[in-house]
Structure formats: C-alpha cells, structure tokens
Design a binder for this molecule. Structure first.
Ligand code: FES
Ligand SMILES: [Fe+2]
Length: 378
C-alpha cells in the first residue's frame, strides 16, 4: 500500500499533490445503477464463466469492474490470487476499489475496515481492530476467479462453478496469439447476434482487406452441437467470414476464422475466439483474442506484421461493428419494428436457444416473463 510503503511517485504526489495516484484510480463519474434489475438476462446469463481481461488487469491495487450489472472490486490477496467481490464496503457503502491491499487484506479507504480474501471483515480500527462487529460483518457477494493462460476468468454465479475448460487455442503452443479488447456501448445480445450474422460481413465490411470477397446473395445454414451451434454459408466457405462456432455452455464463446490476404504473411486463416462481458444494458466489453497456427520464421513474420499493420486494420473492422451496434444500442430499441430475413435465421436460432435459459433465470430472480422470439418474415 502506498501510504505504508510509498513509491517514489507516491511520495512525490503526497508532497506536490500533482498526479495523486489514488485519485487517478477514480472513475469519473462513477457509473449509475444498472438500467435493469440485477439478474435480468439482458445483463448477462448467470452461472457461466466470463473472461474479465488479461492478467495485468489487476496488480497491487484493487480495480473496479462492472460485470452483469454489478459493481465489483477485483484485487489480489496476499498470495497474489485474484479475488472478485462487491465493490461496496459493508460499513457505510464506500467503494472498496479505491481502497488498498494491506497485508493481503482489502482495506477500505474511508475508515480502514479490512476484509480477508473471502470477504470476512477482520478489523474495525475504531473499535480496536478484531471485535465482535468485525466478526459478524462481511462483504456479501464474491465470485470465484481463475487465472489461466494469461487471462482472468470469473464464474458469475452462486452455484459451484463448472470446470473451466479453455478452448485448446489458449493452451496449445502451436497457436500464436494476441489479446484484443474493445468496449461497445450496446447490449451483449446485439454483440452476439452480430457475430452469428455471417451475412453482415460482405456489406458492412465491404471495404476491408479481409471481409470484402465472395458472393453477397447466399443462404445460411445452422447446425446444432452439444454446446451450441455452428453457422455456415450454403454456397461459400473460406472466402469471407463464412463460419462461426457458437458455444453457450459453461464458458460462452464463439470461434471463427477470417481469411488473410498474402500481405498478412504466410500461414493459415486468422482464428478469433470471442468472449462478451456484459456490463450494463447498453455496455459490453468485447474480448477478441486472435490466434494463428504458425511457427518458426512464419510466426516471427506474422507477429511483426500484426503489430505493425494488421492490428490497425482489424481494429478498423471491429470499429465498423461498434458503430453499427451502438446505433442499435439496446435489445428493446433494435427490435421495436424488426423484419427478419432468411439470413437472420442464426439470430432467431440463437434467441430460441437462449429462451429457456433466460426464462429460468428470470424465474430464479423473480423477474417477469418476456414475449417469445418471432419468426422469419420471408
Ligand atoms: S465505509 Fe468502509 S470503512 Fe467506513
Ligand atoms: Fe463484423
């Protein structure tokens, strides 16, 4: 903690007031309450693993994280293990994420109450430290976090977590990877519907170097599997964004391939594994780690080209999705006068698959039911 053992920058900021480090950790302003009640499926499906970000998301200091409409604090305990709990001090409700980690415990900045890795209050300094008040006080909400393959994964549920089984690309050394994360001011369902919608690529991304090729008049096919479904195109494969594999189980994610032009260096298609982290009804963090199965000199070329040139191109394409989804923003707004076509069959399929999941979650949280998914208009 900086007060107990201040760094040079910390000492300077104490004396000059310039660049005060703690203040630099304050979001400005704090986000308001979520637009929907916590537990509403449009704020995210519960009892699932979510990618929070790369391991360096949290270091010595706690950080605020909004996930599935909840304000949480992410911090590392005395052994460096990541912890995720309510960003709300049970004393008077101050944000714990602007506190400090002291002797492996999370200390609220306001009156220095301290909490252990499980959220149990260990000390109320104004009452001498450990006391009966401390013993009967705890941070009520905590979610399990795993650190694997350089990423942090949170189980956003209260049942015991399902085993965290990462896609093989994260652990198989044949794949060379880059993390990538963007924020979209749109609901997570719009993000997922955009991903299963193969037919947007040749239109929205018509001027990109990777997604401009092929025919624009095609039918799409949907095939179920144990954990979700695949979408393919009837008359085209390997030319554009022509395939996506959707997983809706314990670790929701999508897997897709993007053909790369010769200017991207030797090697097979680019593989993207996408994870959506809902933050609010109109805020989603989109994690899109990129993978390419290349080794030796090819890997060196690929990694150099990605950093120098391709990353910018990919972010440009992702930004086109961002612009479109932010123009739609929420599920309520986007479906207000919706007319679906054959190419939207995967969107309908997705909604149908999630309907019972949403219904069960609404019931569990005591929320009213919703109208069922409509059919294709053609
Ligand atoms: S509000 Fe956290 S210690 Fe007082
Ligand atoms: Fe797109």
């Amino acid at each position: 903690m900086r007060v107990a053992n201040p760094s040079l920058a910390g000492r300077l900021s104490q004396y000059t007031g310039v660049g005060a480090l703690r203040e630099s950790r304050l979001p400005s302003p704090w986000p308001g309450p979520p637009a929907r009640p916590v537990g509403d499926p449009l704020l995210g499906v519960r009892e699932r693993w979510y990618m929070l970000g790369t391991s360096d998301l949290v270091g010595d200091d706690p950080v605020p994280v909004r996930a599935l409409g909840e304000d949480l604090v992410l911090w590392r305990d005395g052994e460096g293990h990541p912890r995720l709990m309510a960003d709300h001090c049970p004393h008077r409700g101050a944000r714990l994420s602007i506190g400090d980690v002291v002797d492996g415990q999370l200390q609220c900045w306001y009156h220095h109450w301290r909490f252990d890795a499980g959220g149990q209050c260990m000390s109320v300094p104004s009452q001498g430290g450990a006391c009966s008040l401390a013993a009967r006080t705890r941070v009520e909400v905590a979610y399990p976090v795993e650190e694997q393959a350089g990423y942090l994964w949170a189980w956003m549920g209260t049942d015991s977590p399902a085993p965290l089984a990462l896609p093989e690309e994260f652990t198989d050394p044949r794949w060379s990877t880059f993390p990538e994360t963007v924020a979209w001011s749109a609901n997570w369902m719009l993000g997922l519907e955009n991903l299963v919608d193969l037919m947007h690529a040749p239109f929205l991304h018509a001027r990109s170097i990777t997604l401009k090729g092929g025919i624009t008049d095609d039918r799409v096919l949907v095939t179920d599997h144990d954990d979700g479904f695949e979408v393919t195109r009837k008359n085209q494969s390997g030319v554009n964004f022509d395939w996506i594999d959707v997983h809706l189980g314990a670790l929701p994610h999508v897997r897709l391939d993007i053909p790369l032009p010769p200017s991207a260096g030797p090697g097979p298609d680019l593989r993207i594994i996408g994870f959506l982290l809902p933050r609010d009804n109109d805020e989603t963090l989109v994690h899109f780690p990129r993978f390419r199965e290349v080794s030796g000199g090819e890997r060196l070329i690929w990694r150099s080209l990605y950093r120098l040139r391709l990353r910018g191109t990919h972010l440009h394409v992702l930004n086109q999705d961002k612009v479109m989804l932010e123009s739609m923003r929420t599920v309520e707004e986007s479906r207000r006068d919706e007319h679906l076509a054959q190419a939207d069959r995967p969107v309908i399929h997705l909604r149908r698959m999630l309907e019972p999941v949403f219904a069960a979650q609404r019931e569990r949280f005591g929320l009213p039911a919703e109208t069922p998914t409509k059919n294709v208009d053609d």
